[in-house]
Ligand binder design. Structure first.
Ligand SMILES: [Zn+2]
Length: 323
């Protein structure tokens, strides 16, 4: 019996005899695909990260805090000082009728230039099981490169070839206006005008339709004017069963906002491009039931927004293992 047991044991172990000569597993050397899914009423939302940009921290990133104060908070959070990290998080809303992408990230050309740090939308969308050809509509919140450049692939063909492209009417008018362009300050604003003329031409213009605030952009998704971050920045509300999801970027944040009421003050006007603006429409902010999506926060890029003192703060929603 001993002999038999030994023979069986040796046979069972035989496949493992090769372990000592097995090659080491190669390092992945890149981040896992970033996306996160949840329901809002009957709609299914998929946040898909486009990656994150690292840039020198601007002195005036936070309107009512000094650069030293921002750096103090970065250090307290074990984050790099003097570095602004801006995550880009477009979202896909499946309304049951249409597959709608809100904002497009920095684009495939940026993916190549940044060696994959940004411009990840198409790759992560594929990883999430969503075919770019199946997108019925792309809604744009505002005309900054990290929201519109992804309309085009690196060869300037359409990234979402079957989609209607829906843009805020006032934002489109501003950036396409030759007079506004001629008055634009040199540098960033001048570059934005040039970039927007490049993106909004050719095939993009053939598919373009403008939308107005306080109206449905597609069935179930309503535009809300939130100007300030850009001339006519627009957010989008999906009201279902008393919940709301707001997509669209207000202001970049490099610092965790949980304990920093001054960070939420970025919602205030004062940094509008191209002139003075009425205050942003915050009628949807400050209600506990509201959730913000597509925020410049790490995935899942979802947070509650509530009043805090004279401003607002965000309470990030933690990852959930079920939808
Ligand atoms: Zn922007």
């Amino acid at each position: 019996m001993l002999t038999g047991a030994t023979a069986v044991g040796a046979a069972a172990l035989a496949p493992f005899a090769a372990i000592p000569v097995r090659a080491a597993a190669p390092l992945s050397d890149k981040q896992a695909a970033g996306f996160y899914r949840y329901k809002v009423g009957s709609f299914e939302v998929t946040v898909i990260t486009d990656g994150a940009n690292r840039a020198p921290l601007p002195a005036d990133l936070v309107a009512n805090a000094t650069k030293d104060q921002v750096n103090e908070q970065l250090a307290a959070a074990y984050m790099d000082k003097d570095v602004f990290v801006g995550p880009y998080n477009p979202i896909v809303v499946n309304t049951g009728q249409k597959l709608v992408l809100i904002d497009t990230g920095t684009g495939e050309a940026a993916f190549n230039q940044s060696k994959g740090a940004t411009g990840q939308l198409l790759a992560n969308m594929a990883a999430a099981g969503i075919d770019a050809k199946a997108i019925d509509a792309v809604i744009i919140s505002h005309y900054h490169g990290d929201h519109v450049n992804g309309l085009l692939r690196a060869d300037s063909s359409l990234a979402f070839p079957n989609a209607e492209i829906l843009v805020p009417a006032q934002e489109h008018k501003f950036w396409m206006d030759d007079g506004e362009r001629s008055r634009a300050p040199k540098g960033r604003m001048e570059g934005l005008f040039t970039n927007n003329r490049r993106v909004f031409s050719g095939e993009v213009m053939k598919r373009l339709r403008t939308y107005e605030s306080d109206k449905e952009v597609v069935a179930g998704i309503t535009a809300v004017a939130t100007p300030g971050h850009s001339w006519a920045h627009t957010s989008h509300v999906v009201p279902r069963l008393g919940q709301g999801v707001r997509a669209g970027r207000r202001h970049p944040r490099a610092v965790p906002v949980r304990a920093q009421p001054w960070m939420a003050c970025l919602l205030r006007p004062g940094r509008a491009e191209g002139g003075s603006h009425p205050p942003p429409d915050l009628r949807h902010a400050g209600r506990r039931a509201d959730a913000g999506a597509g925020l410049p926060l790490p995935v899942p890029s979802l947070a509650h927004i509530e009043k805090s003192g004279s401003g607002y703060r965000e309470i990030p929603v933690p990852w959930s293992s079920s939808i």
